[in-house]
Design a protein around this ligand. Structure first.
Ligand SMILES: Nc1ncnc2c1ncn2[C@@H]1O[C@H](COP(=O)(O)OP(=O)(O)OP(=O)(O)O)[C@@H](O)[C@H]1O
Ligand SMILES: [Mg+2]
Length: 1049
């Protein structure tokens, strides 16, 4: 069992332009079909590479249907495979089913699968189902497979209807709307009738899908009075379901009849009416059901419904427990409220235009059936005198109770020219009672459907019917443990429908081959089923149905004779060359028919009686004369012309031929005859219309959402012809590709022969490619625009291509892996390094955390910056000090020089000879003065700089002061120190001020000195002029003296 992920599907994807995503692709059956883009191409490539590493196959498994395995080794005939769990199996080639590459996972059209085998189809369906994709199409849309989701999916909204409206098949994911749209479009444009055949097991979703198709057609085939038609067509369903559906083990709302709904359209493709035909109503349900099942819904709805109606129907205060036909059944269904459903039913009947009286008549028969069920048949071959049901029953049926009794207990039959009353056994009486109940129910149902048709037909007045779309909702193939006459009828129907499908495929396929000029002798696979159909319906020799029929007419005909005849006729090679009939090896009154869906063993007990479905004609004649018009109408075919009543049942119960004395529908027909006739009409309809097939699949037998039982699905695929379709496909050339697609896909194998941008005709390119590939000519055909391949041929080519691509992919993967590995390595190395640093720091931190010096450092650290400023200030202070020292020294030098100068001047005064010396001295002094002035300038500059620095330092100190003030409230001892520093700073400032003052003073003194020097020089000049006049000798001596003095200085 596989459980479905609870993801809900989204609206069909489309690109920005509103168009669908993907591209076209031509394949089986030749149609241009839209293929959806794969979303993750990279993932696809990776999956493909992984897939290519091994040879994957499916192998049969008893429990799971099929399981995955990989081929370990093989010799072409015998395979050694390993299952996923490790189990090794040795299998022959027929037991090996190749697996499709992952790119085919969940393809929406199963015909695209390169390996088209049973497990591939099952795998596709189950994996799609897991993603809530319940629809899958195949054979170019001829088939739509629908798996019952058993949950409400948001895929039937108006939005969805709109999105499928006007779209081509394949543009959007497969959906029943797409099928309905195509049928509608073909009907509207192609102007031919269409049929949608919906088949499947009970509970598979046939009726639901039928309703969905009708909902779609009602929405798209809109008219001016659309709502009325739409409503009427849609409202026909609840009525049909109330009277024709019942709860079974498999389905809470199981249709116990088949139906064909024809929706008629006028020339503007607008709905103008509808018609319903019904088949094979399960009458036996009326009188008996298994305890876990129910009778028809209508019984419970009526008994839980409006009390006033019940009173009128003489059911007042009664429940389902009070009636034999319902009391042993399941009374309620989870989530179903019968009372509410009854209200809905009445409403639907009103919408359909049924008057209250008409409604009452239909309920009248239901009530009558309930009363019939309670008639007690006593041991002395009669009804109990005290029976309280006869009177109400007769009242409802509009007949006299006494006549009713007489007709039942002593029916009149014709013995020769005389009318005689025939005595009947208790057994026969019981049989007749039940037969009457069944007949009443069936005739009531039939009349109801006629009335609905009348209602729907009334709309026709809107416009003349032009074309129709028919929807067939009919039970699929049935293979039970005990199969009876009913199963034969339904399986015969399905065999016919499958034959029709095969034939349709043949027509479609043949048209493709013809269009492409393919030289091939096609086999009509519809003929494959002919032997089985002949076996059932043949007249000469008598087939099964005819044999049963004959036994109904021959004297003392019975089931044993029937089987004997069948075995004699069909048990020999002459009539049974195809081997479709098999006699039972046991004496168990059975025979076997080989249907396309499998062998079915039919047990013949009661067939003749079932086929006759006899009624006590005395009673039916009585009912035909009922005072109630409706009841009389139901049995009007039993009303004899004129006065001479003539019986139709012989003394021994044999039907007398001809039985054509009744009015109305005329001849009596057996069940088999009637079914054959109905089927013939249906097949005529189908044959005259373009068919589309919907195969509904039951995912599990517990009505559980999200669970899929593979063997069960496989079984149904076999029964409903999906696998049969595959078989047919495989015989032809199912894979086909347009020339261009084929070239694009495979030219990669021969790059030298197909250089880029080189033009080559598609056909020539394909021929060249196929030639290079050396493919067996029997495996392909070249058409006009496509290449056609046998089932496995394209798969082999794909494999070669995949191997080719795998080489590239492996290289690419290796590069990617290397790149990723390197990146991972670098990251890991960096992470390791980072971890080491973090660890080291953590260790240091842990050590330092408790170290007292670190604690002090931590506290001091915040003051570090302030300390640095102090140091700078101190250094500046020292520099200033040094400058001051230099200035002092220079000042002293100046003073010394001045002293010397004074001495010299004095000496000069004393001697005129010293004038020259003094001039030189003056010169020197002037030079030294200049140097001193320069020095002084420098000092001034220096002073200026120092002043600026001092100012900056002052500012800095102010800032620091601010900072220190702000941040060091907790460190008061440092604040004290800071104050000390502040004092120092003040001292320095004072010293700077002092230096400035000193400097100023020195400048003043210098100026003074210069002034004095100038005065002295002037005086000396005067003296020098006087001295010039003194002796030259003295000057010389003085010169020598000055020279020597200078040297010493
Ligand atoms: N498309 C669907 N979406 C949701 N639920 C569905 C769908 N199809 C079927 N079901 C569920 O499955 C149940 C059975 O479906 P339905 O009555 O259509 O089966 P069926 O094939 O007509 O069976 P039968 O032959 O017994 O009449 C429905 O009552 C409904 O609950
Ligand atoms: Mg149904």
């Amino acid at each position: 069992m596989i459980t479905v992920e609870s993801s809900s599907p989204s609206l069909p994807r489309s690109n920005n332009n509103g168009g669908p995503i993907g591209g076209t692709f031509v394949h089986r059956n030749g149609a241009d079909v839209f293929i959806h883009d794969r979303i993750d191409n990279v993932q696809d490539a990776v999956d493909q590479a992984l897939f290519n590493e091994k040879r994957w196959v499916w192998v049969e498994d008893e429990k799971h249907g099929f399981v995955e395995a990989q081929i370990i080794q093989d010799d072409g005939k015998q395979y050694e495979v390993q299952l996923k769990g490790g189990e090794i199996r040795y299998l022959s080639v027929e037991k090996i089913y190749y697996m499709n590459p992952p790119k085919f996972d969940r393809v929406s059209d199963m015909a695209e699968l390169t390996h088209l085998n049973e497990p591939a189809v099952v795998h596709n369906l189950t994996s799609r189902y897991r993603h809530n994709e319940i629809y899958a199409s195949t054979y170019s849309g001829l088939f739509l497979v629908a798996v019952n989701p058993y949950r409400k999916l948001p895929i039937y909204t108006d939005e969805y209807i709109q999105s499928y409206k006007g779209r081509r098949r394949g543009e959007l994911p497969p959906h029943i709307y797409a099928v309905a749209e195509e049928a509608y479009r073909d009907m509207a444009h192609g102007k031919n009738d269409q049929t949608i055949l919906i088949t499947g097991e009970s509970g598979a979703g046939k009726t639901e899908n039928t309703k969905i198709v009708i909902q779609y057609l009602a929405a798209v085939g809109n008219t001016a009075i659309r709502s009325r038609i739409e409503q009427q067509i849609l409202q026909a369903n609840p009525i049909l379901e109330a009277f024709g559906n019942a709860q079974t083990i498999r389905n809470n709302n199981s249709s116990r009849f088949g139906k064909y709904i024809r929706i008629n359209f006028n020339s503007q493709a607008q709905i103008c009416g509808a018609e319903i035909e019904w088949y094979l109503l399960e009458k036996s349900r009326v009188h008996g059901q298994s305890p876990s099942e129910r009778n028809y819904h209508i019984f419970y709805q009526l008994l839980n419904g409006d009390e006033s109606i019940k009173e009128k129907l003489l059911l007042g205060g009664k429940t389902a427990h009070d009636y034999n036909f319902t009391k042993d059944s399941n009374m309620t269904i989870d989530g179903i409220d019968d009372a509410k459903d009854f209200e809905k039913l009445v409403k639907s009947m009103e919408i359909m235009g049924l008057s209250e009286e008409e409604q009452f008549d239909y309920f009248r028969i239901i009530a009558a059936v309930l009363h019939i069920g309670n008639l007690s048949v006593s041991r002395d071959f009669g009804f109990d005198r005290s029976d309280v049901h006869i009177e109400p029953l007769c009242h409802l049926l509009g007949v006299a109770p006494q006549e009713f009794r007489n007709s039942f207990l002593g029916p009149r039959i014709k013995a020769g020219p005389e009318w005689v009353r025939k005595g009947i056994s208790q057994e026969q009486l019981r049989f007749n009672v039940v037969a009457l109940a069944k007949a009443l129910y069936e005739r009531n149902f039939s009349s109801l459907v006629d009335r609905i048709n009348q209602g729907l037909d009334g709309v026709k007045s809107m416009g003349e019917q032009h074309h129709y779309i028919g929807v067939l909702d009919i039970a699929g193939f049935e293979i039970f443990e005990v199969n009876s006459f009913e199963q034969l009828c339904i399986n015969y129907t399905n065999e016919k429908l499958q034959q029709f499908f095969n034939h349709s495929m043949f027509i479609l396929e043949q048209s493709q081959y013809r269009a492409e000029n393919i030289d091939w002798e096609y086999i009509d696979f519809g003929l494959d089923l002919k032997p089985t159909i002949d076996l059932i319906e043949s007249i000469r020799p008598s087939g099964i149905l005819s044999t049963v029929e004959e036994q109904c007419y021959v004297p003392r005909g019975c089931d044993k004779k029937m089987l004997h005849y069948l075995n004699n006729t069909w048990g020999n090679k002459k009539n049974n060359s195809s081997g479709k009939y098999e006699m039972s090896r046991f004496d168990d009154d059975s025979f076997i028919v080989k249907h396309y869906a499998g062998k079915v063993k039919y047990y013949t007990k009661g067939w003749v009686e079932k086929n006759k479905d006899p009624l006590n004609e005395d009673v039916t004649r009585l009912l035909a004369r009922s005072s109630n018009a409706y009841v009389a109408r139901l049995f009007k075919d039993y009303l004899y012309k004129g006065t001479s009543d003539e019986p139709t049942v012989g003394l021994d119960g044999t039907l007398s031929k001809p039985t054509r004395l009744r009015q109305g529908s005329g001849s009596f027909r057996t069940v088999g005859q009637r079914h054959r006739q109905q089927l013939a009409v249906l097949m005529t309809h189908l044959g005259a219309s373009s068919p589309r097939f919907i195969r509904c699949i039951l995912p599990n037998s517990h009505k559980r959402a999200g669970e899929i039982n593979t063997p069960l699905v496989l079984d149904q695929l076999r029964c409903n012809g999906v696998l049969e379709g595959i078989r047919i496909c495989r015989k032809g050339f199912p894979n086909r590709m347009a020339f261009e697609d084929f070239r694009k896909r495979f030219q990669i194998l021969y790059p030298d022969d197909f250089p880029l941008n080189k033009f080559m005709y598609g056909r020539k390119a394909c021929e060249l490619l196929l030639d290079k590939m050396a493919l067996d000519p029997e495996l392909f055909r070249i058409g006009v625009s496509k290449v056609f391949f046998k089932a496995t041929a394209l798969a082999e080519l794909e494999e070669v291509r995949n191997r080719h691509l795998a080489t590239y992919m492996t290289g690419f993967q290796a590069m990617c892996r290397r790149y990723i590995a390197r990146q991972r390595m670098t990251r890991v190395a960096r992470q390791t390094e980072a971890i080491r640093v973090i660890q080291r720091n953590a260790r240091i931190y842990v050590t330092l955390r408790e170290w007292p010096w670190w604690k002090i450092y931590s506290k001091v650290r915040s003051m570090g910056e302030a300390m640095k400023d102090d140091i700078i200030i101190e250094e500046q202070g020292q520099k200033i000090h040094q400058q001051e020292k230099q200035i002092n020294e220079q000042t002293h030098q100046i003073q010394d020089l001045m002293t010397q100068y004074q001495n010299l001047t004095i000496e000069y005064k004393g001697s005129t000879d010293t004038v020259t010396r003094q001039e030189a001295m003056i010169q020197e002094f002037e030079e030294s003065k200049r140097a001193l002035i320069e020095k002084l300038d420098m000092c001034e500059e220096e002073m200026e700089k120092i002043t600026k620095q001092s100012e900056a330092q002052a500012n800095m100190i102010a800032r620091l002061h601010q900072d220190i003030k702000e941040c060091n409230e907790e460190n008061e001892q440092w604040v004290t120190q800071y104050k000390g520093l502040q004092n120092t700073h003040e001292t320095v400032s004072a010293r700077v001020e002092y230096l400035e003052n000193e400097n100023e003073r020195l400048l003043k003194e210098k100026k003074q000195e210069e002034k004095l020097k100038k005065e002295d020089v002037d005086a000396m000049r005067k003296e020098l002029e006087e001295l010039k006049k003194s002796s030259e000798t003295q000057i010389l001596a003085l010169k020598v003296k000055i020279y020597s003095y200078c040297l010493i200085g």
